[in-house]
Write a protein that binds this ligand. Structure first.
Ligand code: NAP
Length: 249
């Protein structure tokens, strides 16, 4: 299945220190890509080790996604390199009822999940469009479709990320750039640690998932490779749920 190969491609993955981003980076290395890992700081030993085990190589670029201007400066610099695949994975969540969500909490989540995604994607996607090829994969959420419980800023950011995915697909599709998103279901990472620490909440979520279990970061890798590879050249503007069937219920 050579159309799924990422050999000879350079992939930039944000938030690659842990969780879904680390799994995607390792999966891309296994599929043959060279990696650029973007993270808050350069301490990415575990991810780098895993990439090495797959015979891959990676460089590291640092930027704090709470500062979209800094991310944009990094993006403009990175756009001078030939980046074939961009994965917008870095993201955060703050759980609190709407009445108790401060404007600072709101701003932080919107900055990390939405504004920095935009700040990075604009220069790198524009460079892809000028070259006439590229793959952009953004990590959306079930809360790109649903309201969620006590995560208003997160839900707003992930709805916006789905809209941005479609808007950029329309604009850059004619130039040979595919822009798609993955909407992971409930995945066991630090993002959902609070939910899993509450036995009633954990069980309620698990029992609603047709697959009968929480997802693992590795569950996202196949879709991420597909959307980064030639196999998805005629897929554009799609938000692909990888959720054990949650949305079908
Ligand atoms: P995670 O384990 O908490 O990982 C989040 C990643 O984002 C980390 O690598 C983290 O970097 C990075 N990040 C957070 N704030 C940052 C900042 N200010 N600057 C730079 N990087 C920052 O969670 P995850 O579940 O893997 O989340 C990855 C993506 O999947 C997110 O966009 C999340 O919204 C989305 N998602 C997750 C689930 C789920 O159930 N887990 C479901 C739907 C969507 P550090 O390691 O340096 O902190």
């Amino acid at each position: 299945m050579t159309s799924f190969s990422l050999a000879g491609r350079t992939a930039l993955v944000t938030g690659a220190r842990r969780g879904i981003g680390a799994a995607i980076a390792a999966g891309y290395a296994a599929a043959g890509a060279e990696l650029i890992l973007m993270a808050r700081d350069a301490a990415l030993e575990d991810t780098l080790e895993e990439i090495k085990q797959y015979g891959g190589s990676a460089s590291v670029v640092t930027a704090d996604f709470a500062d979209p201007s800094a991310v944009e400066r990094a993006g403009v610099e990175l756009a001078s390199r030939k980046i074939d695949i961009l994965v917008n994975n870095a993201g955060t969540i703050r759980r609190a009822p709407a009445a108790e969500t401060s404007i600072d909490d709101w701003q932080h989540v919107i900055d990390v999940n939405l504004n920095s995604t935009w700040a990075l994607t604009r220069p790198i996607g524009a460079a892809m469009a000028r070259r006439g090829a590229g793959k952009i994969v953004t990590i959306a959420s079930l809360l790109s479709f649903q309201g969620g419980i006590t995560v208003p800023a997160y839900t707003a950011s992930k709805h916006a990320v789905a809209g941005l995915t479609r808007a950029l697909a329309n604009e850059w599709g004619p130039a040979g750039v595919q822009v798609n998103a993955i909407a992971p279901g409930y995945i066991s990472t630090d993002n959902t640690a609070e939910l899993r620490a509450n036995p009633a909440r954990e069980a309620a979520i698990r029992e609603r998932i047709p697959a009968g279990r929480w997802g693992r970061p590795e569950d996202i890798v196949g879709a991420a490779v597909f959307l980064a590879s030639a196999a998805s050249d005629y897929v554009n503007g799609h938000v692909l749920a990888v959720d054990g069937g949650w949305l079908a219920r």
